[in-house]
Design a protein around this ligand. Structure first.
Ligand SMILES: O=P(O)(O)OC[C@H]1O[C@H](OP(=O)(O)O)[C@H](O)[C@@H]1O
Length: 303
């Protein structure tokens, strides 16, 4: 169980972060754990691996990639050789997740024209892949990255793009409306997409979408199909994670009584989203229901 507890801690404290990365880390932990308990009989194996899955999925509540990955792997328990199948499914998930990001890059890059300035928020592998692909296709592009308080994941994005040789400018989160007239397109990642086409992503995303809408600038989200939330199809709400206030600021003495709230995500309504870039193509937000029904029907029908 060590690998499971270790991975749980790393996801919880954001040592491993990003919706895609946490999903792959969970799948990999289940695979490694399964390999250590192969000697158990099927019943005992099943009990232990289900417990491990429960713990992993409780590490962070918002990004649906995490429970979707766990469910994908644990679905192997229904096969004739459950132990081998769990391991195979974990490997499959990791490979298909990486391929999905690559495809999103190719599909999304078609929307980036030569000379474009792109704005991105937080640190999304999928959004970065779109930007990198466009750049390596020879397009002359510039990127604005928001700082993304309180954890400043925008610094990671700025460094990753700079390493590629891309012209990148870091701005504070509150400067988006000031700079929007210099922006041609917004591309962000996704922690979850709901059945009605709303986007759950890093706090501040919905403000950026509103600003883009006001300025008539296209707003795109890059989301692998495993970021679509199956249970929103039956009206389940997505829990927004509120993290430790100390991530924002630490006051001393009498000022400790100042309340601090630190939601990690917000919800962007579908009317502010022009398109969702998935690995199977670019879809309008209204197409989210179709993706969930097509790819996650098996999750709902099992319950
Ligand atoms: O899967 P990829 O595209 O990498 O990331 C998707 C999203 O995951 C991140 O969450 P956090 O930093 O883990 O809270 C950001 O909200 C980002 O947009």
């Amino acid at each position: 169980m060590d690998i499971i507890k270790e991975t749980y801690e790393k996801i919880k404290n954001m040592e491993v972060r990003g919706a895609g990365r946490i999903a792959r880390a969970a799948a990999n932990a289940l695979k490694e754990y399964a390999e250590t308990i192969m000697h158990l009989d099927d019943e005992e194996f099943k009990k232990k691996i289900l417990e491990a899955g429960e713990l992993l999925r409780s590490a962070r509540p918002t990004a649906v990639s995490l429970p979707n990955a766990v469910k994908y792997v644990l679905n192997g328990l229904k096969d004739e050789n459950p132990k081998e199948s769990v391991i195979k499914k974990a490997e499959e998930f990791i490979i298909s997740s990486k391929n999905a990001t690559k495809n999103i890059g190719k599909i999304g890059a078609k929307r980036i024209r030569d000379g474009y300035t792109i704005l991105t928020h937080c640190n999304s592998e999928a959004a970065i892949e779109v930007i990198k692909t466009a750049y390596h296709e020879g397009k002359d592009i510039k990127v604005f990255c928001t700082e993304t308080r309180p954890r400043n994941q925008g610094y990671l994005t700025a460094k990753a793009l700079c390493d590629e040789g891309i012209d990148v400018t870091l701005i504070v989160d509150s400067a988006v409306r000031y700079f929007i007239k210099e922006v041609d397109i917004v591309v962000v990642g996704a922690d979850a997409i709901t059945a009605n086409g709303c986007l759950v992503n890093k706090i501040g995303t919905s403000q950026i979408a509103l600003i883009a809408h006001e300025a008539r600038i296209p707003f795109l989200t890059a989301a692998e199909t495993y970021k679509f939330h199956p249970k929103t199809i039956v009206g389940e709400l997505i829990e927004i994670e509120e993290r430790n206030p100390e991530e924002v600021v630490e006051f001393e003495g009498k000022y400790k009584k100042i309340k601090i709230r630190n939601p990690a995500f917000d919800v962007t309504p579908s009317q502010y989203i022009d398109a969702i870039i998935t690995e199977i193509g670019l879809i309008p937000p209204q197409g989210a229901w179709y993706i969930i029904e097509k790819y996650f029907g098996w999750i709902e029908h099992e319950q």
